[in-house]
Design a protein around this ligand. Structure first.
Ligand code: C5P
Length: 236
């Protein structure tokens, strides 16, 4: 699905970065119909959050399970099948060829889409060198994006800055999903490279992952609505 055919509201993914299911449920109730897509990561998933994936899917919401899987192919494949049965829409894997291949094969026939994480945004060239890599961030992101495309991965997680460059590799079929979004005037926190929702959409992002600007807002529902309005305005 190309971004032009996705309703603006469905392009906002709110990161449920909270310590318990009770916290998550309270926020989901507060956000109500303003948010249709949620991301569940390590913190909530490992605090009993997996049943929430099915509950949200049954309630008509979409779920991005940010598990960044990476293991031998068989283990990845079986894990992906289990995630598909939970009713999730997106699942992240690290962008290693074997891992991506196993994940793409295992999601066949389900509604699940695989997103590849090319290089973690906390890594710079020195970190990659220390981990034994020959390539720097820029070249490794490009190489892995090309491999993801060749393997048939459904989308990439990338910074909004990378989105413009990656679109030429990804084409119109792959989704670009970008965290590091900060509406004008909101706190940057620990994010190093941030963009406003409007600029990220203009740079080619299909989906925006937003955590604290919604979750920590005095009025989370109003914050979500403001971002949806900004997405709507940016695409016209
Ligand atoms: O609160 P904030 O908007 O910074 O949250 C962004 C979310 O996106 C968090 O769940 C974070 O783990 C996730 N993320 C990120 N940068 C990446 C990949 C995921 O910030 N490169």
């Amino acid at each position: 699905m190309t971004s032009t055919s996705i309703p603006s509201r469905d392009r906002l993914i709110v990161a449920l970065d909270v310590p318990s299911v009770a916290h998550a449920e309270a926020m989901i109730a507060r956000l109500g119909s303003s948010v249709t897509f949620y991301k569940i990561g390590y913190q909530l998933a490992y605090a009993g959050g997996f049943p929430l994936v099915r509950a949200l899917a049954d309630a008509g919401k979409q779920v991005f399970l940010d598990l960044k899987m990476h293991d031998i192919g068989n283990t990845v494949a079986r894990g992906v099948e289990s995630v598909a049965n939970l009713g999730a829409t997106f699942l992240t894997v690290h962008a290693y060829p074997q891992t991506m291949q196993a994940a793409v094969e295992a999601r066949a026939g389900s509604q699940l889409k695989i997103l590849a994480v090319t290089v973690l945004t906390s890594y710079d060239d020195a970190d990659l060198h220390a981990a034994g890599y020959r390539l720097g961030v820029r070249d490794l992101v490009k190489a892995r994006a090309e491999q993801a495309k060749a393997i048939g991965v459904d989308g990439l997680v990338c910074s909004a800055e990378e989105a413009a460059n990656l679109r030429s590799i990804a084409g119109s079929q792959m989704s670009l999903v970008t965290p590091g979004i900060r509406p004008a005037g909101s706190a940057v926190g620990d994010q190093k490279r941030v963009m406003t929702p409007a600029r990220a959409i203009a740079a080619g992002a299909d989906y925006l992952v937003v955590g604290r600007p919604v979750m920590a807002a005095a009025d989370p529902k109003a914050a979500a609505e403001a971002i949806v309005a900004e997405i709507e305005q940016a695409k016209s």
